[in-house]
Design a protein around this ligand. Sequence first.
Ligand SMILES: Cc1cc2nc3c(=O)[nH]c(=O)nc-3n(C[C@H](O)[C@H](O)[C@H](O)COP(=O)(O)OP(=O)(O)OC[C@H]3O[C@@H](n4cnc5c(N)ncnc54)[C@H](O)[C@@H]3O)c2cc1C
Length: 508
Amino acid sequence: MKTHDADFIIVGSGPAGVSAAFPLIAAGRRVLMLDAGNDARSRDESRSARVLGSNLESLRADDGSSPKLQTPVARGILERFRRESGITGEGFMPVASLARGGLSNIWGAQISYLDAEDILGWPIDIDLLQRSYERISQRIGISTNADLTAEADRGSVLPLGAAAAHVLHRHKAAKPADGSFRLFPAINAILSEARPGRAACDLRGDCLYGCPSGAIYNSRQDLLALQKPPHFRLLDNVRAISLASNAGWTIGTADGSSFSAPRIILAAGVLGTAALLADLLPIGGEGLRLLNSPTLAIPLLSPARLLRSATATHSLAQLGLSLRYGERASDYVMGAIYEVGSLPTQSFVNRMPLGRKAGRAAFEMIAGSLLVATIYYPGDQSRSYIHREVTGKGMTVRGGFADGFDIRAKDLKRRLRREWQRLGLIPLPGASLAEPGIDAHFAGTLPMGAAGPFGTSVDGELNLHPGLHVVDGSILPELSSKYITMTIMANADRIAHRLAEMEANPAL
Ligand SMILES: Cc1cc2nc3c(=O)[nH]c(=O)nc-3n(C[C@H](O)[C@H](O)[C@H](O)COP(=O)(O)OP(=O)(O)OC[C@H]3O[C@@H](n4cnc5c(N)ncnc54)[C@H](O)[C@@H]3O)c2cc1C
């Protein structure tokens, strides 16, 4: 009989996969990580190739999605997933990856932490999750944006852009008394001080096109540390396509090879994991519910900043915000405010109700005073489902919104208008509700604590399939409007600690 290739096989080298690997490696377990991607993206690629693409992909027409999804790296990642995963979308953009480092190659790096109220009803302990948050924060490096002209220099801070600082001052001067609207400096996984192998943020502001200095966290960076001990192995260009239980689990791959281990850990991203489990899950006609965050983007003008130049800073989120819209604890939206001075002109020009030439001239004049707010709703406002194709092995995600969402969205826009006015901001034409999927905040397909064939245990073990664990967003039972990746990583870390202990003490 073939001996196992490792104690654990992890599928995926994104934020979830590497977070599960560290505790297992620290406990001396043999880990084999399989990833469909490779190390093709070289660190010293020229800036023009990063911005324009090696085939000038960036000069293609704007497809209306977020500027971040239109960069050459993002297009390459999304197109490969569409080509090879067998997952398509109807009214849903399947934003997912078959790339080393997963979606952390193109993420916005904004961080949120769930609190006890957010996980009420989840089968996990907030203290354990918080310990995992701390471990992950230390590993990846977190900075807060601060107005360095006004505040004492403290710890890991990066300068807040001038337009964002202006808005924050106005907010502090007249906060709504009921606390229903909050505005605060964003917390991002960006280094303000260099670490081995990663430079501090150079404030050049071209973050959208990848970060060659490594200041923005990307889970590829973790692979360097993981690969040091001999009991960790990473196999690139290996796309898992099947799972079979046979004295443990055997993974079949697209190139015909197979790998086995007593336990498998799926960290392929919510859509990638669903594709891998297609044959094990009895998905019926109603489809498999997927939680995603309906997302609204609102361009804003700060007249007080007109004709003033922008300050040097990164071009990721400057400010975070939240606004309550209902009575339940989860009835709040979260979001971010970006300065657009360093974002690609084209996306904004295309959205302006002017001709191209006039649009470009207008944009250049007002760039330093332009901001964009991105607002995320909680997952219960989405109605998206993954369906199996009737013929063939493919899957289709059908996107949708909860009943009455349009009325709630209209009401929210009205309430936000009041806040913009208080902050001295003018909402510009061009606000848009993104196609479901563009948010890339996915959860809830295989919730922890749920009974039945789609549920998982507190260790992410799929019901009815002992030894098959999932550690990505699939197992989060709910999707709040907070940024999700930090929680995916912390939960993967928590589960891997449990599994490492369990292997040492099978009585657990
Ligand atoms: C434009 C954009 C901006 C974002 N901004 C933020 C943000 O500001 N804050 C935030 O919290 N989140 C953000 N996100 C979301 C964040 O990127 C994801 O939540 C996170 O990457 C999920 O991590 P993961 O490891 O679960 O999955 P992924 O990052 O998708 O990684 C999946 C891994 O699995 C591998 N894989 C998949 N299928 C297979 C297979 N069959 N065989 C082998 N390997 C496979 C892939 O190659 C990849 O390595 C953003 C996403 C996008 C696209």
